[in-house]
Design a protein around this ligand. Structure first.
Ligand SMILES: [Fe+2]
Ligand SMILES: [Fe+2]
Length: 278
């Protein structure tokens, strides 16, 4: 009997065992404090995937296809992102107590990750997921472009491709629920706007704060530290952020007519540049 969902349960495109952690060019990255913080923070957020998956699995109960994909593709891939980034961080910065920092992050972050933060309908929740996956695709796409170290470039390239795959599945699920629920374009736009405003707020802040606390015991992570970090990130993004891809992914669920889409894209890309890296 043919597999009913072959595209969603195909073998994982890469495995952590294939990453050459023993060939990392340490001298290219070990002194890069911003990279340490970005990678540690990303490893924390990814490692929390089991929490997000269970929220979403409950929410999608009864949808066999989505449940299967979430369990067999999404969760293992997100957890592998967390494990691979953790291993990279621990290999390059062996003195860093990853577990202690992650535990601190979990304590701080769990209150923000509740089921009631899900959208009122499944179509709209799928839009919200598309926004999140657009954000991660853009982030890892940027990191891949600017990585000073080749093994890291390979690793974040794999992660970026997975995130684009996640977007594609959520978009596919959005189309299915859109048929049934018929959300208006305004409702979809509202979710996109709202979720965009949330990207990288409390999770990024709390992840950076906990990475910093364990790396620099006794020092507090002040709003000024966070601002300095944002400044560097803005500098990176100015030249290398994949604006066009990001904007295309973001507006896709609006399903704008072709002409409107073509006219709006350049404006939105320009706007996105100002927002991401003012
Ligand atoms: Fe991920
Ligand atoms: Fe993802």
């Amino acid at each position: 009997m043919p597999d009913p969902h072959p595209a969603f349960v195909a073998p994982h495109p890469w495995l952590i065992e294939q990453i050459a952690f023993d060939r990392i060019a340490h001298e290219r990255i070990a002194r890069e404090e911003t990279w340490f913080h970005v990678l540690a923070a990303a490893s924390f957020v990814e490692s929390l995937a089991d929490l997000y998956t269970h929220n979403l699995l409950d929410y999608m109960e009864g949808d066999a296809e989505a449940s299967q994909w979430l369990r067999e593709r999404w969760e293992p891939e997100e957890l592998q992102h967390g494990r691979a980034l953790r291993r990279y961080v621990e290999t390059v910065w062996p003195a860093f107590d990853w577990q202690a920092a992650f535990d601190g992050f979990c304590m701080d972050y769990r209150p923000y990750c509740k089921a009631e933060l899900l959208e009122p309908t499944r179509a709209l929740e799928m839009v919200a997921r598309c926004v999140v996956e657009t954000g991660t695709s853009g982030l890892y796409g940027l990191l891949q472009q600017i990585s000073p170290e080749p093994v890291l470039a390979t690793l974040v390239g794999h992660i970026r491709n997975d995130e684009v795959g996640h977007y594609k599945y959520f978009y596919h699920a959005f189309l299915r629920y859109r048929e049934r629920e018929r959300p208006s374009r305004w409702q979809v736009a509202r979710v996109i706007r709202q979720r965009l405003g949330e990207i990288g707020q409390e999770d990024a802040y709390l992840a950076l704060k906990n990475a910093h606390a364990v790396r620099h015991p006794g020092q507090t992570f002040s709003p000024r530290d966070f601002q300095r970090f944002q400044h560097t990130a803005g500098h990176w993004a100015r030249a290398h952020y994949p604006y066009e891809m990001t904007v295309k992914m973001l507006v896709k669920p609006l399903r704008l007519p072709g002409l409107v889409n073509r006219m709006a894209l350049p404006l939105l890309v320009r706007h996105a540049r100002r927002v991401v890296a003012p």
